[in-house]
Design a protein around this ligand. Structure first.
Ligand SMILES: CCCCCCCC/C=C\CC(=O)SCCNC(=O)CCNC(=O)[C@H](O)C(C)(C)COP(=O)(O)OP(=O)(O)OC[C@H]1O[C@@H](n2cnc3c(N)ncnc32)[C@H](O)[C@@H]1OP(=O)(O)O
Length: 280
């Protein structure tokens, strides 16, 4: 598709996305006029914790971008936190129907983002623990600001990162580092994350990050989109097939896990600790 035609389609999507944003406004989408790349900004105050509504909007945004043959997407945050991960309140004293929809939507978001045909970059402009880290691991390239943290810290909450969370990390930093990170619930500083390969670049500001992200996506300008996305599928296909095959069992495991007294107790204490931290 010619760039002018493509941009016209992108603008139509942008108009739809803006209308949608006006109604719900947890995700803002802006398509760059020159490059056709979408900047997808998460904006659920205060820390972009991923509840059902935010996940639903992310999923709809990704579906829209795929449908409109997006040139690329940069995922970032409107706040000083990239994402605080899953909204703990979705797992604490859960309503079973909502918990089911919540987890299924998280699975859908992972599948859409992990398998996106267009290039994806996470511009991690603040802390990205647990589910926040997972979102960034789905992207092809990670750019992070200094003085932030990133990692799958689930064990610190007394829960276990599911196998597809672990696989997403393993595909980026390898088995050994993933095992160490998951068993300790490690949150990597920006420097540590760069050293271990969890992120690809450090930038001083979000603006610099946007430029670098556009540069990464621009580097595919002379590569056939078909060959590009098939190559991505070749590398990621096994992980995706395995997750899709196991998704029902994974859902049941999630529902059973969050109903355990011990897990509820751990989550309750964690929520208290977060609140105390604010009061201090
Ligand atoms: C299939 C097998 C079984 C599966 C089991 C389940 C597997 C689940 C997998 C993933 C789990 C997760 O993603 S759990 C979430 C983990 N997240 C964290 O540990 C991060 C916790 N938050 C923080 O560390 C900090 O908030 C921050 C560094 C992200 C930001 O710090 P800051 O100082 O800027 O903000 P506050 O700490 O003051 O927070 C503001 C406000 O937000 C509330 N908050 C923070 N994080 C969450 C969250 N994840 N969910 C819900 N709410 C959150 C915090 O309590 C404050 O609220 P109040 O203003 O009301 O006090």
């Amino acid at each position: 598709m010619a760039l002018s035609q493509h941009l016209s389609k992108s603008r139509q999507f942008l108009a739809i996305a803006r209308n949608y944003s006006a109604a719900a406004s947890l995700v803002n989408v802006e398509v760059n006029d020159k490059s056709g790349v979408a900047v997808v900004t998460l904006q659920r105050p205060p820390v972009n914790s991923l509840n059902l509504e935010l996940l639903t909007e992310i999923k709809q945004t990704l579906t829209g971008l795929e449908k409109n043959k997006s040139r690329g997407a940069i995922i970032t945050s409107a706040f000083k936190t990239f994402s605080a991960g899953l909204d703990i309140l979705e797992m604490y004293k859960p309503n079973p129907d909502r918990a089911k929809e919540f987890w299924t939507t998280l699975q859908d978001v992972w599948i859409s983002l992990y398998s996106a045909q267009f290039p994806t970059v996470a511009l991690i402009n603040g802390p990205a623990p647990a589910g926040g880290c997972l979102l960034s691991l789905c992207c092809e390239y990670r750019i992070m600001v200094p003085k932030a943290v990133i990692g799958l810290n689930e064990t610190q909450l007394g829960i276990v990162a599911p196998s597809w969370f672990a696989a997403s990390m393993e595909n980026v930093i390898g088995k050994r580092q993933t095992e160490l990170a998951l068993t300790t619930g490690k949150l990597f500083t920006t420097d540590e994350a760069l050293k271990v390969g969890l992120i690809d670049e450090v930038v001083q500001t979000k603006e610099e990050g946007l430029e670098k992200a556009q540069g990464f996506i621009g580097s595919f300008a002379r590569i056939s989109p078909f060959a590009r996305s098939l190559s991505k599928q070749t590398v990621r296909g096994g992980t995706i097939r395995s997750m899709v095959k196991g998704r029902e069992a994974d859902l049941q495991l999630f529902l059973a896990t969050i109903q355990q007294d011990q897990v509820q107790k751990g989550l309750g204490l964690y929520i208290e600790a977060l609140k105390k931290k604010q009061a201090a």
